[in-house]
Design a protein. Structure first.
Length: 376
């Protein structure tokens, strides 16, 4: 048996009959950039997330940039970001000319630890970015309290967490502005690049729309500085179709996670991800921790398990093997190994098992069998 890390073809096959006519329509109508399918998708995505506005963009990275840009973040400002995230969370700050300031994650949720945020605030701090990592909402109530107390903006990087919930409410409108990615491998993925911001703030929505389209509301009238961050018509059409299936796919991911828990909870050598009591996890990733052995590097046992799975045709991933504060591009910020122990432990022991809605019980049983064999 062969188990890929994710299987985009299986999903494409299941919606091919629905999605191809929509792509065909875009081509027939020559609405290649923005256009009706994109605007329809924006309206639907906003309402699904309980947000007043959605602005469709060219990628999630661009979403992080637009969000901070629209808030007026710039040179000399500091933006608080979890050390445990994908690099694109930090590009939002750096593209605005601001400095990212890292904070460690919570050992259970793997998201930014609200208890550690206040120590990172300086007079230059302007915003906090809460990443809903791996599909689980960050702890938004304490983060909103801190943001309010210190008069900071709060953003959500929701790239991995479409339809995730916090205390019974969908994320995406739980802060000033949220950023989404529709990269093909995300829980809601386009057939190319795509992203969006959602917000309840009218002014931020208007500014984001202007930044997306050369800084103006109409052609050749540029009121503010901008960029070209427009979504393509085909991506809007694809996302419009796929949005109708997202609840079902989210249920599929949660079924897979539940099955992993049932099959793997008896193994002492691994720690399964924790679903926090405030969260409805949408399992973009299923990250386990493989405990190390005395007298060897902390990565060694994890790396052996990954190789063992690979030898048995089971793909797995590392999210993320090198935390942001250890990246060469941020060497100038002066961080060192040891600054964020929880993030570092996860980087060295974390292993992401295959996760996508179409995984079968047969495949999951096979994975479990091979993991058990390793720990015997
Ligand atoms: C994927 C991702 C992004 C970037 O999205 P793109 O659409 O690939 O630019 C940003 N933040 C996080 C946490 C991500 O996982």
């Amino acid at each position: 048996m062969k188990v890929p890390f994710l299987d985009l073809k299986a999903q494409y096959n299941s919606i091919k009959d629905e999605v191809l006519p929509e792509i065909h329509n875009v081509l027939e109508n020559t609405a290649y950039v923005l256009g009706k399918p994109v605007f329809d998708f924006e309206a639907k995505f906003a309402s699904e997330n309980g947000a007043k506005h959605c602005v469709a963009l060219s990628s999630g990275t661009d979403g992080n940039h637009v969000a901070l840009w629209a808030l007026g973040i710039g040179a000399g400002d500091e933006v608080i970001i979890p050390a445990n995230t994908f690099i694109a969370t930090a590009w939002g700050a750096t593209l605005c000319g601001a400095t990212p300031v890292f904070v460690d994650c919570d050992p259970e949720s793997y998201n930014i630890d609200p208890k550690k945020v206040e120590a990172a605030i300086t007079p230059k701090t302007k915003a906090i970015v809460a990443v809903h990592l791996y599909g689980q909402a960050a702890d938004m109530d304490p983060l909103n309290e801190i943001a309010k107390k210190h008069k900071l903006f709060l953003l959500e990087d929701a790239a991995q967490s479409h339809f995730a919930e916090y205390k019974g409410k969908r994320i995406g409108a739980l802060s000033d502005i949220a950023s989404y990615s529709f990269y093909p491998g995300k829980n809601l993925g386009a057939y190319g690049e795509g992203g969006a911001i959602t917000t309840n703030n009218d002014e931020l929505a208007t500014t984001s729309k202007m930044i997306r389209d050369h800084g103006g509301k109409e052609k050749y009238n540029h009121e503010i500085l901008g960029h070209n961050y427009r979504m393509e018509g085909i991506q809007g059409a694809v996302l419009g179709v796929k949005l109708n299936h997202l609840n079902k796919w989210t249920d599929g991911r949660r079924r897979v996670a539940a099955k992993y828990r049932e099959l793997l909870s008896d193994i002492d050598g691994i720690k399964l991800p924790t679903e926090m009591d405030y969260a409805k996890h949408v399992y973009h990733l299923f990250v386990i921790q493989v405990k190390g052995k005395d007298g060897e590097a902390r990565t060694a046992n994890r790396d052996r398990l990954q190789k063992h799975l690979g030898d048995n045709d089971i793909a797995s991933g590392l999210h993320y093997p090198l935390p942001l504060h250890q990246q060469k591009c941020f060497a100038g910020l002066g961080y060192k190994y040891g600054d964020f122990p929880i993030t570092e432990e996860l980087a060295e022991q974390g292993l992401s098992l295959p996760m996508y809605p179409e995984l079968t019980d047969e495949q999951l049983n096979y994975i479990s069998e091979k993991v058990h064999a390793f720990f015997k």
